[in-house]
Design a protein around this ligand. Sequence first.
Ligand SMILES: Cc1cc2nc3c(=O)[nH]c(=O)nc-3n(C[C@H](O)[C@H](O)[C@H](O)COP(=O)(O)O)c2cc1C
Length: 174
Amino acid sequence: MLRQIKSDIYHLLHPKMAFFLTSISKNGKPNVMTCAWATPVSEEPPIIIVCVSKESYTAELIKKTKEFVVNIPTKNLLPKLWICGKTSGRDTDKFKKAALKYHNGKKVKAPVIDGCIGHIECKLWKAIDAGECYAFFGKVLSAYADDKYMKDGLWRKETEIPLHLGGKRIVYFR
Ligand SMILES: Cc1cc2nc3c(=O)[nH]c(=O)nc-3n(C[C@H](O)[C@H](O)[C@H](O)COP(=O)(O)O)c2cc1C
């Protein structure tokens, strides 16, 4: 029987990859939040969208400095994903709290998180006001992945990237 879904309709579109979305303030202070709502929208030129709550500190930073990085984790970073998804960079240094290390991006000032297996560095192209979120369109300036986990441009099936079902539920490929 098909039952009417009245709330959290978006869960019908999950699982979605959970990743670290990094940004930076005008005075060079980095921030990181957990994000799952993202999609590619154009291959030529490469453009992706991340959907970020207007209330988040990340949205404020992306609007100001116009760049962000998608950092793709594996299972071992799951506890850190929860930390970065439950606290705000407005009042917490999440890199410290989650013991996350980072280094400089190749093309942007926003940080690249150590230990992640893929990174997409983006320059903000457009921001669309969409309900409680901004849909940030990012022009991809640089993208790279660990060849231990990616072969011929595809993730290997055994790569355990967290896929968010909703709430506390995570699944993996298989
Ligand atoms: C698994 C997971 C996925 C999330 N996905 C999103 C998302 O796609 N968009 C969003 O705005 N917030 C998402 N969040 C919530 C943010 O990570 C959270 O609001 C965070 O505290 C914002 O941090 P900031 O204020 O430092 O930017 C997610 C949280 C978790 C745990």
